[in-house]
Design a protein. Structure first.
Length: 484
């Protein structure tokens, strides 16, 4: 009977990773009835959602404050020609890099005769060419946030598009590649949702004017807000037909909170990310069903993150949980704040050395295909499980991600819906000696990039013996590869 069960799973995996969506509610109900203390369930008959190949995105910000967190890596000052930086960014290609954030709504544009309002916040042709060159060399695709406040006042609520239009016209004339444009950064408390919606309609018309070919036309993405369904309910009925993606910002924690080190490994705290993501997804599906849903800026904590938490391994549990949760909901992109800068950057701004989350981002990007299976942990909230098709396999392989938030090892973890012995399998186990470690270990070996930004070998260990249980070490993140 076991051998027939294994054959059945092989057949289902091949269909699900390359074919139609099937559903297995009966299998899930049976698994709940038989759930044990350390067990989960993966339904390989149920292709739950799809993401995209640019799902693991990043941001670059205008911010340079405070200096001890940002150094000199705001977008106007960052060295975009540094070979190591370009190389490290390229390992996430062809993901998106969203340029915007703090001070976005102060920036004006010096193109086609238009003048900047304020020299410190002036985007000109020289810097724009450097950004374009960085995009071409790294392979990251640009999402650019436009100033959404120009011309507004209490007497004139509408956006003045003249300066931005000069910038867009120049960009199109130069043949520059831009994946998408946004308008305004976190303006939900300043600009009413319906007013912003009409401004997005105007921006849609301008983009269509300069990019008449829909096959090469940049996306329009917005409203780039903090999670606020009331704002979306005012914005989307008007803007929904004009936008390609709905985007919002996800920051469950506060960088100055002394409890943050405890929160990031607390399942109850992680649940806030699940609830917010679900709530926005439901609202978006109801009011703009044809638009994608993105998280356009995100870290475990706002206010620059927290040194020793959001740049250490303990913060990686929130990051992995967020990537897995958004995938389950079918989000098409998650842009991590930031590729570099702050205490939440994937790269240290002083020397470009990767933080643990950088390697997590690379591994998720390389291993997890856009096809997502239904997966669930039962009874034990300290273990999380996610399942995707294997991005490296053309023959129906599956990758599981298991987060063990326990401070002890789970000696044997069983997954209903999969073969009992889970062999043969490949294991990439991410761990650290201490939770505040800035160096991540893969299968017991530290991960260190070369001086030129080349990655170390990200080689799994192979388990062939069918009697070897799936063991989850304390505070580990495990990628488990199963063949077709």
């Amino acid at each position: 009977q076991r051998s027939r069960g294994w054959v059945l799973v092989v057949m289902v995996v091949m269909v699900s990773c390359g074919g139609p969506h099937l559903f297995g509610e009966k299998a899930e109900a049976a698994a709940r009835e038989n759930a044990q203390a350390y067990s989960g369930f993966v339904d390989l008959t149920r292709l739950n959602a799809t993401t995209s190949w640019h799902f693991v995105g990043v941001t670059l910000d205008y911010n340079n404050i405070p200096p001890d967190a940002w150094g000199n890596v705001g977008i106007f000052n960052l060295s975009l020609s540094n070979p190591k930086f370009i190389k490290l960014a390229s390992h996430l290609a062809p993901s998106v890099v969203r340029i915007g954030g703090t001070y976005e709504d102060r920036v004006t544009y010096e193109f086609n005769g238009a003048q900047c309002d304020w020299v410190p916040w002036c985007m000109n042709s020289t810097r724009w060419a450097q950004i374009q060159k960085f995009s071409k060399e790294s392979g990251l695709r640009i999402v650019y946030g436009l100033n959404g406040m120009r011309g507004r006042s209490q007497f004139v609520p509408a956006w003045n598009a003249e300066n931005a239009e000069a910038f867009l016209k120049y960009t199109a004339e130069q043949g520059y590649n831009v994946f998408g444009f946004e308008l305004g950064n976190e303006l939900e408390y300043v600009v009413p949702g319906q007013v912003m919606a009409w401004d997005y309609q105007r921006l849609r018309a301008i983009i269509n004017k300069y990019w008449p070919n829909p096959d090469t036309r940049p996306f329009l993405i917005g409203p780039d807000e903090n999670p606020d369904t009331d704002y979306l309910e005012a914005f989307l009925p008007v803007a929904g037909p004009a936008i390609d993606a709905i985007t919002w910002h996800l920051y469950p924690g506060y960088g100055l909170d002394p409890l943050l080190p405890l929160q990031v490994t607390d399942p109850a705290w992680l649940l806030a990310t699940f609830n917010q993501s679900l709530q926005i997804n439901v609202t978006a599906a109801a009011l703009a069903p044809n638009a994608q849903v993105w998280v356009g800026e995100s870290a475990a904590a706002w206010h620059n993150g927290q040194d020793g938490v959001t740049n250490a391994f303990m913060g990686s549990f929130w990051y992995a949980y967020t990537l897995g949760t958004l995938s389950q909901f079918g989000y098409k992109a998650h842009c991590r704040q930031a590729l570099i800068g702050g205490w939440y950057g994937l790269l240290n701004w002083t020397n470009y050395e990767p933080t643990p989350d950088y390697f997590l981002a690379v591994m998720w990007h390389r291993l997890m295909s856009p096809k997502v299976f239904y997966a669930q942990t039962y009874q034990d909230s300290y273990v999380k499980i996610f399942a995707h098709c294997d991005a490296t396999s053309s023959s129906g392989g599956v990758i599981l991600v298991l987060l063990n938030l326990h401070n002890y090892t789970v000696p044997s973890y069983t997954i209903q819906g999969l073969p009992l012995n889970l062999s043969p399998r490949q294991e990439w186990v991410l761990s650290v000696p201490n939770l505040d470690s800035r160096v991540m270990y893969l299968n017991g070996k530290p991960l260190v990039v070369s001086d030129t930004g080349d990655l170390p070998p990200l080689i799994p260990r192979t388990v062939i013996d069918p009697t070897t249980p799936l063991s989850l070490g304390q505070y580990t993140i495990s990628f488990i590869g199963l063949p077709q």
